[in-house]
Design a protein around this ligand. Structure first.
Ligand SMILES: NC(=O)c1ccc[n+]([C@@H]2O[C@H](COP(=O)([O-])OP(=O)(O)OC[C@H]3O[C@@H](n4cnc5c(N)ncnc54)[C@H](O)[C@@H]3O)[C@@H](O)[C@H]2O)c1
Length: 278
């Protein structure tokens, strides 16, 4: 396996993963509708394309060994506010699967995406069963670290802290599984290398531990040297109150082993944001 097509390559995971794949000697072709602003190496390998428009897919290379499909509207709450975005995720996944099928791509890795998760996963299974494509599904959880300036929890709290603004936590006791970006990427790399023996499987790639959002905000404040002023509000519709990924199948089958404790990962993330916003 040599030539990989990474959709969503300008996003947080897409950028870090593409960099790691290039470093490991894979030929990476990125696809995204926006330019990569973080990595010149990934930017120069990225085809700018809206995956909702299959008529533009002729820009894609004729032959690839594996598609890693990361492109999506990734923020759950935005999908709850605007369900059309979930439908767009489904259409995007369908378009990429169809392109893969008609171009005889033998392997497809699907990053399951929250509210539109079940449809994407079901389509991925259907393509494996109907067309003999090898497929693997991965589920991430609150990936944080570099290359993320979005309104996800960690970048948002960081921005609020640096602006000396109060932080609102929706769901006082909310506890989630936070994954440092390098652990997520390391797991994906291990999986790519063992892809053919993992056909048909679904894996959680996360830390396998939960942390209270309130504590995460406090840790970030401590690392940035700013006291966090925290307000709490009711949990928002569509968001879970507690989530912890079971990573034992990934551990057992391909040696997935997260290396970043929350403290270590948050320290690295805080350093990155300090440089970004200095
Ligand atoms: N980051 C997380 O914590 C997390 C958690 C669970 C699932 N996921 C899933 O993992 C994947 C990657 O997440 P991320 O954090 O890197 O997200 P991201 O928002 O940083 O990146 C997604 C990228 O996809 C691109 N994209 C979206 N629709 C597109 C389209 N129609 N055509 C071309 N490009 C398109 C966007 O421009 C963006 O660059 C997503 O599918 C997301 O739902 C992420």
């Amino acid at each position: 396996m040599k030539r990989l097509l990474v959709t969503g390559s300008s996003g947080t995971i897409g950028t870090a993963l593409s960099e790691a794949l290039i470093k490991s000697g894979f030929e990476v072709i990125g696809v995204d509708r926006r330019k990569n602003i973080w990595s010149p190496a990934v930017q120069k390998r990225t085809i700018i394309l809206d995956l909702l428009k299959p008529q533009l897919f002729k820009k894609l290379p004729p032959r690839v060994d594996l598609v890693i499909h990361l492109a999506a509207h990734a923020r759950v709450y935005n999908l709850v506010k605007e369900p059309r975005l979930a439908l767009e995720n489904i259409a995007t996944a369908f378009n990429v699967l169809e392109w893969a099928r008609t171009h005889h791509v033998p392997r497809f890795l699907f990053a399951s995406n929250s509210a539109s998760k079940m449809s994407g996963e079901a389509m991925t299974h259907a393509y494996r069963q109907s067309y003999g494509m090898k497929t693997v599904i991965v589920r991430f959880s609150n990936v944080y670290g570099r290359y993320d300036e979005s309104d996800r929890f960690v970048p948002l709290v960081t921005k609020k802290l640096l602006a000396r603004q109060p932080i609102t936590i929706f769901g006082k006791d909310k506890e989630l599984d936070f994954t440092y970006i390098d652990d997520c990427v390391a797991g994906l790399l291990q999986l790519v290398k063992k892809f053919d023996t993992m056909n048909g499987r679904t894996f959680n790639l996360s830390s396998g531990e939960t942390f209270r959002l309130i504590d995460v905000a406090k840790i970030l404040g401590k690392l940035l040297g700013i006291k966090a002023v925290i307000k709490t509000a009711a949990n928002r519709p569509g968001e879970v109150l507690k989530y912890c990924g079971d990573i034992s199948p990934a551990r057992r089958l391909f040696g997935f082993s997260p290396k970043f404790s929350l403290e270590k990962g948050m320290t690295a993330a805080a350093e990155w944001y300090k440089k970004l916003y200095k």
